[in-house]
Structures are given as C-alpha cells and as structure tokens.
Design a protein around this ligand. Structure first.
Ligand code: ZN
Length: 244
C-alpha cells in the first residue's frame, strides 16, 4: 500500500489507483471511513487502520458518498471485518443494498471513451464481484454525524447519482465532495466528476459546494486533494463545459 497521507489533524487519505478512501479519527478512539474503494480494497483499508495503531473494531462508521462500485465496492467486506455501521444517502441506499440497480449515467462522447477504458481495466484486473451491503442509517440533507471531531453537515448533492451526499466540516473548512468534484491526475485542474445521471443537477451541486463558506480543503475521491485555497481553485473551474 502507498503511504497514508495526513490531510488534517483528524483526517488521512488511503490512496488507491481508482477511488481514494479517507479515514477520520472520531472522538473516543474510533474511526470513520469515507467510501471503501473497489471490491478487494478492504485489506488495504485495514492495513491503514493498523498503521494508525487501530484494530479493525475501531472502525465505527462507513459513510458512502454514493452507490458507485469504486466507492461502495468494499463496504460489505469492511463492515463484516469491523462491525462498522454503514451510512449512505437515502436515495442511493436501495442501490447499495441491492434492492435496485444503480441508475445508468448519461455519457457524453468523451465520457463514453473514458468509461469503456475503465470497464476494460476492471475486467482485466480480476477483482472480486461486487457485494451489496445493508445500510444502517439513511442520510438526508442537514443531518449530522455522531462522534466526529468537529461538527459535520450532510449535504444532499444530486446529479452524479440521485442520492449522492457530501460532508462538510465548517470549522476547518474541510469537504468530502464525493464524485461531484475531482481533479486531473496532476492536481492542477478542478473538474466536474464524470458519469452523471443528471448533468445539469451535477453542475448545480458542484456550484453549491464551490460556494460553501470558509471552504479550504477538498478531499476528492479521484485526483489530488486540494489542501489549501480550494475556493479559488473551484471558482476557476468550468464544470459547465467539462467532459463535453
Ligand atoms: Zn461515482
């Protein structure tokens, strides 16, 4: 596993080739995981916890930003290994539990090319199949999360998926945007996440997150975290024309 990166006093990034996981130190020695990577990623997340001196049972919460395989893919394995509760946006929960298929994104031509290369890569990688997982807590706009090191707000950010959520910590200006926001691999350009079910809604969610008061740090699942000056980087972004 690549090295853990400490993003803030309470937040670490567990890097993956596709879909980073973030760990948050909770009050009382526990941890939360934000997303879980592709199927087969659980051992690396457990290694990351061990590197922080934590046993598997220290993982108390698995918060899924949305229902895509590179975010919920290892939630079942991690929940089984740790006993953590699974939390997810209410409208995406049926796709995470397996009650409904994940809704198909509406691809632009550029997104179609990218999607085909990613699907070919997944097929060649021999990863285990996706397992659904029960959702213990369905999250809604304005909800808070117990035991976080500072207040956290759940934001419903539809468009990438119907029930996608972002998490915002106003005191430190730290945002987990899910796939609404990404960066290019070099971390120099901020972009709208690709593969959206409703592109106009996704752009509106991007603009909403970009306007958050006090925003400083953006923990993107794809690309490089924005560690400082996130507001300026987001203000310079042009999500309306990304991926067209
Ligand atoms: Zn996604």
């Amino acid at each position: 596993m690549d090295a853990l990166t400490r993003i803030s006093p309470h937040v670490w990034q567990v890097p993956f080739p596709v879909g980073h996981v973030y760990l948050v130190a909770l009050r009382g020695d526990g941890y939360a995981a934000i997303d879980t990577g592709l199927p087969g990623s659980a051992p690396a997340v457990l290694d990351a916890l061990a590197a922080l001196g934590a046993a598997p049972a220290a993982l108390r919460q698995i918060v899924l930003t949305h229902c895509h395989i590179d975010h919920m893919g290892s939630a079942a394995d991690l929940a089984a290994a740790t006993g953590a509760r699974v939390l997810a946006g209410a409208l995406d929960a049926p796709c995470i539990t397996g009650a409904q298929p994940a809704p198909e994104p509406c691809h632009s031509p550029a997104e179609q090319v990218l999607h085909e290369s990613l699907v070919a890569g997944f097929a060649a990688s021999g990863r285990p199949p996706l397992r659904p997982v029960p959702v213990d807590t369905a999250l809604h706009e304005g909800d808070t999360l117990d035991d976080w090191p500072e207040p956290v707000r759940v934001l419903h950010v539809p468009g990438h998926t119907p029930g996608g959520i972002a998490l915002y910590l106003p005191e430190s200006g730290l945002l987990f945007p899910g796939d609404v926001i990404g960066t290019d691999p070099a971390g120099t350009q901020v972009v709208l996440g690709p593969f959206n079910v409703d592109r106009a809604a996704a752009v509106a969610s991007f603009r909403r997150l970009a306007a958050l008061d006090g925003l400083e740090t953006v923990c993107v699942p794809h690309g490089v975290p924005l560690r400082t000056g996130a507001r300026a980087a987001l203000a310079a972004a042009t999500p309306e024309t990304d991926w067209l």
